[in-house]
Design a protein around this ligand. Structure first.
Ligand code: ZN
Length: 490
């Protein structure tokens, strides 16, 4: 009997191992082989100087909308006109809501759907306290040590200037598009885009425009960040997470702190927060995260390929590993982040009302109502009120297709300029202006051809923002390829 059990168990294990091996062996690369198309040479000195000059115009989005320095934005418009004369002669320019820009490059074939390239022109302010930590002044546009330095060098003047350089370059070569193209450049992305991108999306919608695809910032080429993959990885964001803040309010007995009740409002509130933090929304390995691992898993060592090719067996194990790291955890679940706390403002007074705000970033598939239900169930305390903070509830964006020809056009353009880069779909965990275009097309992609190492991430909105000159040249070439590759018929 025992012998038989051992025999059967051995047979089962053998079958499982065989299945895993077969799956791993057929788990082959999804990368495409391609060659750079045509002569897309770029004058390094010229284009670097242009970006450097663009950085010196402080188009800052201040916290308070009314603080906007309109003059700087108008200066920036004039600067673009001077720098890209061919573009301004050929494309139609519209100024939307005083400062945002919409350019139309009419294509020859009106039957083809247009496409939209986006890049915002505003930048975040530089914190006063960090001024002296900048190696080169944030608005001086220094070119030094092989980099172009300053606020906006990454986020997002490089994309805007790069798109324009690409068009100016193509025009010089006599290129004429078949397909109509738009450039959308909002002036308040860093404040949510309500005055810029939102208005432009509404305008295009009112004109009946349904673009073939939209591409904006959001994801980049990571260098040494993706565990298990030795190559650099170009991540194309096919969706972005939603945003919801929720007030958690505890009401009860306040008063003098000399005779506290057994449970205070502050204590009740804190228990609720601890419950929320220890019971996050469930992790899910589906949608963009699943696609990501399906693409990068194929580029890993054989052992890792065994794991990623056999999610039917390994999904639980994988999820538990991904949850341990905050970056991958954010990709597989709606995250819970307590951000604000309020009690009384005297050390000897207990508040009648204690209040916290918890910020949730919603995974595609989780709705604000799901999240509210989860909070109420988890807290499970009648003394606690749960109320969404009315402004800025944003569901996650729809998920763009990875099988579309538009995704493949972006993938191909990346590989033409960066032949060694592994391209993979991904989830953008930060917001971009492109979310406002979800009503116009399903094909909204988020990708900038900037190469970032882990240490560079903090330069975004931080100190010493910079882009390598050779990376900027590649960025321009990427847009040249993207624009020409996007011309193919239907
Ligand atoms: Zn940005």
């Amino acid at each position: 009997m025992v012998k038989k059990i051992i025999k059967v168990s051995f047979a089962i294990v053998a079958v499982i191992v065989a299945v895993m091996l077969i799956k791993a062996l057929s788990f082959t690369s999804k990368q495409i082989k391609t060659e750079p198309a045509g002569d897309f040479s770029v004058d390094e000195k010229n284009v670097s100087q242009h970006l450097s000059d663009a950085i010196t115009i402080p188009t800052i989005s201040y916290e308070n909308e009314t603080d906007i320095k309109g003059k700087e934005f108008l200066n920036f418009h004039k600067y673009l006109e001077r720098t890209f004369p061919r573009l301004h002669k050929t494309l139609q320019k519209e100024i939307i809501n005083n400062y945002s820009l919409l350019y139309t490059w009419p294509g020859k074939d009106k039957n083809l759907k247009p496409f939209i390239l986006m890049a915002h022109m505003d930048v975040v302010p530089v914190e006063e306290a960090t001024q002296d930590q900048w190696i080169h002044k944030p608005f001086a546009g220094h070119i030094a040590e092989g980099y172009i330095w300053g606020r906006g060098a990454l986020d997002n003047k490089s994309d805007l200037m790069g798109i324009m350089e690409a068009i100016e370059g193509l025009l010089t070569k006599g290129f004429q598009p078949q397909r109509t193209m738009y450039i959308v450049s909002g002036h308040d992305e860093e404040r949510g885009g309500s005055q810029g991108a939102v208005k432009i999306a509404a305008l295009l919608k009112s004109r009946g425009i349904s673009p073939d695809y939209v591409i904006d910032e959001g994801m980049v080429i990571t260098d040494g960040i993706m565990p298990g993959v030795s190559s650099r990885v170009g991540l194309i964001g096919i969706a972005e997470k939603g945003f919801m803040s929720v007030e958690i309010i505890a009401k009860g007995e306040g008063g003098h702190s000399s005779m506290p009740p057994r449970e205070t409002t502050v204590g009740i509130l804190c228990k609720a927060i601890v419950k929320l933090e220890s019971n996050p929304l469930p992790a899910r390995l589906d949608g963009p995260a699943k696609y990501l691992f399906d693409y990068v898993g194929r580029e890993m060592s054989f052992i890792n390929r065994m794991i990623f090719a056999n999610l039917w067996l390994t999904e639980g194990l994988l999820k538990s590993q991904l949850q341990k790291v905050k970056t991958t955890n954010a990709m597989i679940r709606t995250t819970t982040a307590p951000t604000m706390l309020e009690g009384s403002n005297r050390d000897n007074v207990m508040p009648n009302v204690a209040r916290a705000v918890v910020n949730f970033r919603l995974l595609p598939g989780d709705t604000p109502n799901n999240v509210l239900e989860h909070i109420r169930k988890t807290v499970d305390d009648p003394r606690i009120e749960v109320m969404p903070v009315a402004k800025e509830i944003q569901t996650a964006s729809p998920v763009a297709s990875i099988n579309s020809k538009q995704f493949k056009v972006i993938q191909k353009s990346i590989r033409q300029v960066f032949p060694d880069v592994v391209v993979a779909p991904s989830l953008a965990v930060v917001a971009s202006d492109s979310r406002h275009f979800a009503g116009l097309t399903n094909n909204v992609y988020r990708f900038s051809p900037m190469v970032l190492k882990a240490v560079d991430i903090s330069r975004l909105h931080g100190i010493n923002e910079r882009i390598a000159v050779d990376n900027y040249i590649q960025l321009i070439k990427f847009y040249m390829h993207l624009i020409t590759n996007s011309q193919m018929e239907k």
